[in-house]
Design a protein around this ligand. Structure first.
Ligand code: G
Ligand code: G
Ligand code: MN
Ligand code: NA
Length: 257
C-alpha cells in the first residue's frame, strides 16, 4: 500500500521517465523502432524496477493514468525524433499496454487523440499486449478491433508463454509476435531442443500468417545469427542495445542509419 501511494505521488511529482530500447532490422542492421519502458526514480528508494511497481499500479488502477502518460510521452518522443532525423530514421514506437487500460471505455478515443496531437500516422504506433489481457473478454476484443481499424498495430508480447496462443491469432487482429526472451536464452546451448523448436515454430507461424516476428532478449552474436537464419526480421536485446535515454538513442540511430 505504501508503494502504491508513493506511486500516486510519483506521477504528480514527475519522478517517472521513459527509457527506449531500440528494435533493429536484423537483416539491414538499421534501427526500425524503439520500445518505451517506464522508469521510476524514487527520491529516497532510488530506481524502483518496473517489475515491482507495474503490478502494484495494475492492482490499484493507477496503471490507467500512468499508462496514459506513457502513451503520450512515447508518441511525443517519436514525433521529435522523426522531426529531427526524418521519418525513415525511426519508423515506430512500441508502448506496453496493461489489460486494465484496454478495459477503459475511452481508450480508443485516447489513442486517436494522441496520434492526432502528435501528428504520427497510426501505423507508427505498436501497442504491446499480453495474451492473457487479450483473453479478457468481449469488450477488450472490440477495443482491439477498433484500434486495428484505426490503423494502429498490435503486438503480442511475451509470445509463447501464454495459454492459447494459436486460437488467439485467429480471433484477434494481431500484427506482430514478440518471441519471449526465455526461448531466446536456450537456442544456442545445444541441449535445449525444446526452446529451439518454439523459436523456430514462432518464426514459421509468423511467416505463414503474414505477421512480423520480433525476437526479444538477444544477448549474443550467436543468438542473433541463429534467429536471423530462422527468419526473424526484427530483434531487440542487450547485444544490440539496452534501454537508452532519448539522446543516446538518437546518437545510435545516426550511427547505424
Ligand atoms: O526493462 P523492464 O524492466 O523495463 O520491464 C519490466 C516489465 O515491465 C516488462 O514486463 C515490461 O513489459 C513492463 N513495462 C515496462 N514499461 C511499461 C509500461 O509503460 N506499461 C506497462 N504496462 N508495462 C511496462
Ligand atoms: O515484458 P517485456 O518484453 O515488455 O519486457 C522487456 C524487458 O526485457 C525489459 O525489462 C528490458 O529491460 C528487458 N530486456 C531487454 N533486452 C534484454 C536482454 O537482452 N536481456 C535481458 N536479460 N533483459 C532484456
Ligand atoms: Mn514489451
Ligand atoms: Na516480453
Amino acid at each position: 500500500a505504501r508503494l502504491g501511494s508513493e506511486l500516486h505521488n510519483a506521477i504528480i511529482r514527475h519522478e517517472l521517465y521513459l527509457a527506449y530500447q531500440p528494435v533493429f532490422d536484423l537483416v539491414t542492421g538499421r534501427m526500425s523502432g524503439a520500445e518505451a519502458l517506464v522508469r521510476w526514480r524514487h527520491p529516497v528508494r532510488g530506481a524502483v524496477p518496473p517489475a515491482e511497481f507495474i503490478p502494484v499500479a495494475e492492482r490499484s488502477g493507477l496503471i490507467v493514468p500512468l499508462g496514459s502518460w506513457v502513451l503520450r510521452e512515447a508518441c511525443e518522443q517519436l514525433a521529435r525524433w522523426q522531426a529531427e532525423h526524418g521519418a525513415a530514421a525511426i519508423r515506430s514506437i512500441n508502448v506496453n499496454v496493461a489489460a486494465r487500460q484496454l478495459r477503459e471505455a475511452g481508450f480508443v478515443d485516447e489513442v486517436a487523440a494522441v496520434l492526432s496531437d502528435t501528428g504520427l500516422i497510426p501505423a507508427n504506433l505498436v501497442l504491446e499486449v499480453t495474451e492473457s489481457s487479450v483473453l479478457d473478454g468481449r469488450q477488450v476484443r472490440d477495443t482491439l478491433q477498433a484500434l486495428h481499424e484505426l490503423g494502429v498495430r498490435l503486438a503480442l508480447d511475451d509470445f509463447g508463454t501464454g495459454q492459447s496462443s494459436l486460437s488467439l491469432l485467429r480471433a484477434f487482429p494481431v500484427d506482430v509476435l514478440k518471441l519471449d526472451k526465455s526461448f531466446v536464452d536456450g537456442i544456442c546451448d545445444g541441449e535445449d531442443r525444446g526452446r529451439l523448436a518454439v523459436a523456430a515454430a514462432v518464426a514459421q507461424l509468423a511467416e505463414y500468417l503474414d505477421l512480423y516476428a520480433v525476437a526479444e532478449g538477444i544477448e549474443t552474436a550467436a543468438q542473433l545469427e541463429r534467429l536471423r537464419e530462422m527468419g526473424y526480421r526484427l530483434g531487440q536485446g542487450y547485444f544490440m542495445a539496452k534501454p537508452l535515454a532519448p539522446a543516446e538513442l538518437a546518437e545510435l540511430m545516426v550511427r547505424t542509419g
